[in-house]
Design a protein around this ligand. Structure first.
Ligand SMILES: [Zn+2]
Length: 86
């Protein structure tokens, strides 16, 4: 069953929604937002872990022998936090 947003809007204006419908929509939006923020945080932690352990951020290759660029995928190593490019 395909319901367009216009149909949803009209049905909401005509008070055809039960409060539980509205609560379910809010719960789904909140759940999706929480999941997205958790994923973003998890990716950031993985980025920091790999950079600190001299592992390529892109492919996981050991970069201790070639610290500037990954020989496996060619990805340039991210600068250390606080490092200046000047
Ligand atoms: Zn790599």
């Amino acid at each position: 069953m395909l319901v367009t947003s216009a149909q949803l809007f009209l049905s909401y204006n005509q008070h055809e929604w039960h409060p539980i419908d509205f609560m379910l929509c809010c719960a789904m939006l909140l759940g999706t937002g929480t999941w997205a923020m958790t994923e973003r945080h998890r990716h950031r932690l993985e980025f920091q872990r790999r950079r600190a352990r001299w592992i390529c951020i892109n492919c996981g290759y050991d970069l201790r022998a070639t610290p500037d660029r990954c020989p496996e995928c060619g990805h340039a190593r991210a600068p250390a936090p606080g490092a200046s490019n000047a």
